[in-house]
Design a protein around this ligand. Structure first.
Ligand code: SAH
Length: 465
């Protein structure tokens, strides 16, 4: 069984540091089920591939174990285990790449947190649930997938295809996240874990699923299969996943939104942002608008007051924020026409969602800085590749301006949940790259009172197809 991981990040041979395996050497490790070797079929400045080769000995797995009569079959000797990516490969990743999986690198600590271009190729991946399930698992995490199913027998095309696929997965992502995704999802696809699953598997799932599984649209199926369909364990894991998700995205956001407002209050930036965005949407001639990360619905309420917007949707991951939005809108006594044009949707911007299709414009007002940097690429694809509205308006803080906020301590971000805040150069470079990648043109504006040296407090990018 072979797993290849390739990067084109430069210098590509830094992959050796990240994996803690020298590109010039071939190393072999013993495991309980056979041998695992790591070597580099190619290693140069532009491209580097690390291979993990498993040599599983199915016979030694069987011998020396007492068997119940139901297990006395030949299948335990002759099976697909030596050839396919399965829970054995996950165990090998955890053993051989443990430091990389946990996101540590003594020599290049800054590279650990960097999203870098990575491609995984798996020559034989069993996909119980087919290509559709494979896509449902990896696409929400931002992967580009190619999958080719293998015929059952080339000599007998009538027999059709097997459930094994040649798969390549491509993403710009932190290596530790990629390894965590593989660690959890390969056994889920195979649906046939080789070892007994007990309470400690729940802990492993939560540890390796941290930061992505709680929000994943397939979290129930993943958890159920990962825990070998043991109901008690599945329930335990899901309860914790859902609880973490809610604490993470709801309580914190509502309280902290108020803190952010207090910092920016003096110039009522929030109001200026909304007015500017409404004016821009009118200029763009947008009739159907979706506000992504709508929070408590301030922009949605302003859009409803205008007659020119025919369809308005607010999307947020936080159920609590949407409840507040709904309550406030109810107090506005909406007319029947306004009610008809409005939709509030719970969903995440980092997962492809067909409900976001067919809008003229999408807005992300002070939202991107709430996403982990390594999830930005997923959001970019969801918005610019799949939903693909004619225009997209994005606003985000200009970190250079922060020193002008008297009540914001030096070096602090405006909101505790902000994962980053960007300088003008950083925002523009990101936005230009997104525009180019997805076939949009982008122009930049500022919102608030301009400081000649530091620019505007809020920066805005307007993307047009
Ligand atoms: N646009 C609003 C709210 C900004 S606060 C305004 O300008 O007032 C950021 C919002 O993004 C929060 O409501 C938060 O719940 C939402 N958010 C964070 N991550 C998200 C994700 N992955 N998908 C959808 N919404 C998200």
């Amino acid at each position: 069984m072979l797993l290849n991981i390739t990067t084109t990040h430069q210098p590509a041979t830094d992959l050796g540091y990240l994996l803690h395996k020298h590109p010039d050497r071939c190393q072999t490790f013993s495991t309980t089920f056979g041998k695992a070797s790591v070597f580099y079929p190619e290693a140069n400045r532009d491209r580097c591939t690390a291979a993990l080769l498993l040599d599983i000995d199915p016979v030694s797995l069987v011998r020396g174990k007492s068997k119940s009569s139901s297990e006395r079959t030949l299948e335990q000797y002759v099976n697909d285990r030596p050839y396919v990516a399965s829970s054995f490969l996950s165990v090998a990743i955890a053993n051989v790449f443990s430091t990389a999986l946990s996101g540590h690198c003594h020599n290049l600590p800054e590279l650990v947190n960097m999203a870098i271009p990575l491609t995984v190729s798996l020559p034989v991946l069993p996909c119980r649930g087919g290509e559709t399930f494979l896509r449902q698992l990896f696409e929400p995490l931002g992967y580009q997938i190619t999958a080719q199913s293998l015929p059952l027998d080339e000599q007998f095309p009538d027999w059709g295809n097997s459930l094994y696929f040649v798969v390549s997965l491509q993403n710009t992502i932190r290596l530790s996240d990629l390894l965590s995704h593989l660690y959890v999802l390969m056994p889920v696809l195979d649906d046939d874990k080789h070892y007994w699953v007990g309470d400690d598997e729940v802990e492993k799932l939560l540890r390796h699923g941290e930061g992505w599984l709680g929000n994943h649209p397939e979290r129930e199926r993943i958890t159920n299969r990962y825990l070998k369909r043991q109901r008690r364990l599945t329930r335990m894991a899901l309860e914790q996943l859902i609880a973490e998700d809610e604490v993470d995205l709801e309580e914190k956001d509502v309280i902290q939104a108020q803190e952010e407002e207090a910092i920016e209050q003096r110039i009522s930036l929030n109001q200026q942002r909304i007015e500017t965005v409404v004016a821009k949407l009118k200029q763009l001639g947008a009739k159907r608008v979706v506000d992504l990360g709508c929070g408590e619905g301030k922009l949605v309420r302003s859009l409803l007051r205008e007659n020119c917007f025919e369809q308005i949707a607010g999307v947020d991951v936080s159920y609590r924020a949407l409840e507040i939005a709904k309550e406030r809108l109810n107090r506005d006594y909406l007319s029947a026409r306004q009610q008809d044009s409005l939709q509030l949707i719970q969903g995440s911007l980092t997962y492809r969602d067909d409900r976001l299709n067919d809008y003229d414009a999408a807005t992300l007002i002070e939202v991107i800085e709430h996403l982990d940097l390594n999830r930005l690429a997923a959001m970019e694809r969801v918005v610019f590749e799949f939903a693909r509205p004619k225009s997209v308006i994005i606003t985000t803080p200009n970190i250079e301006y922060n020193v002008r906020f008297e009540n914001l301590p030096n070096g602090k971000l405006r909101h505790r949940d902000h994962r980053f805040e960007w300088t003008r150069a950083e925002f523009q470079s990101w936005a230009n790259q997104v525009a180019e990648q997805f076939g949009y043109a982008v122009e930049f504006h500022g919102i608030g009172t301009e400081d000649l040296e530091l620019g505007y407090p809020t920066q805005m990018g307007i993307f047009r197809r």
